[in-house]
Structures are given as C-alpha cells and as structure tokens.
Design a protein around this ligand. Structure first.
Ligand SMILES: [Zn+2]
Ligand SMILES: [Zn+2]
Length: 159
C-alpha cells in the first residue's frame, strides 16, 4: 500500500509530468500541463469533455480537439491510461501507480483501489496465445455506495 492521498500533492505530480515530458521528448506546453493537472486533480477518471470544460475555465482559447489530441498523445506515451467503462465515452486515468478499478454499473463511476494480491496475479497460460502480457488489471463491477444509498431512498419513498 502506497500513499493513497497523493492527489493533494499536485505540484509533485507536475514535477513528475515535466520529467516525463523531458524523457519522452514532448514539449510541456502550458495547455498540456493544464490538461495533465486537471486529470491529476480528480479521482473521477473524467472523459475528454469534462477535462475540456474545466481547463476552459483557465484557458479560454483551448479547443476540445486539442484536449483530445493531447490525451491521445499522453496515452501513447504511457503517461496516462484509458479506462473502459461500458457504454460510456472514453475516460482517462492519470494514476500511474499499478492499481485496479471498481466500476459502478449504475452511475459509471470508476474508483481506484490497490491490492498487492491482484498486482501479483499471473495471467492464465491461454492468454499467451492472444499476445504478450504487459500488466494485469482487475476490474470489479458493482453498485457504489452512493447509488446504493439512492436506491435505498427510492425504496423507502415508494414503499
Ligand atoms: Zn454508482
Ligand atoms: Zn484508475
């Protein structure tokens, strides 16, 4: 278990980002830095539109297209990763520590959790027929506490 509350330490994330950029030969432009900052500031695994809306408050000249292109670039370079949430638009993940996801099937929220046991899972042998294994990511689906509370409220009212 590593420090779970590093989200508050945005400035060290930005330092990391500058380091990534230097190492990968990407220019850490103001827009790119703000897009990255936005992604690191939330645990929500936002989609490109949400990131765009928030960055636009600080950089009014930014376009949705730039946000898309920047996120794709970050993804290609392995700075961030993409989250598959069923029936949802593409979501992005700035958490570069190995972690796993709890996905709420009702509201689509994606929450991070950490597990050494899951990190050490070995992919079944059959998988090697499909391709080379990079890392193992576990996705748990269920109903989050917020949605459970809401459902509970509804039953109370209607019952
Ligand atoms: Zn939910
Ligand atoms: Zn995540």
């Amino acid at each position: 278990m590593k420090n779970l509350d590093t989200k508050s330490d945005i400035n060290s994330d930005i330092d990391d980002f500058m380091g990534f950029c230097r190492g990968l030969g990407i220019k850490p432009t103001h827009q790119r830095t703000e897009i990255y900052r936005e992604l690191m500031a939330t645990e929500d695994h936002p989609n490109a539109e949400t990131i765009y809306e928030n960055v636009k408050k600080r950089i009014s000249a930014i376009s949705l297209d730039t946000v898309y292109r920047t996120l794709r670039l970050f993804e290609q370079k392995g700075i961030i990763s993409r989250v598959s949430a069923a029936g949802e638009s593409m979501r992005f993940d700035g958490n570069t520590k190995q972690h796993h996801h709890f996905i709420c099937v009702e509201c689509g929220k994606v929450r991070d959790f950490y597990s050494d046991d899951f990190n050490n899972l070995v992919a079944p042998e059959d998988v090697s027929n499909l391709g080379k294994v990079g890392s193992v990511h576990v996705e748990i689906r269920g109903v989050c506490n917020t949605c459970q509370d809401k459902n509970h409220e509804k039953t109370k009212k209607s019952g």
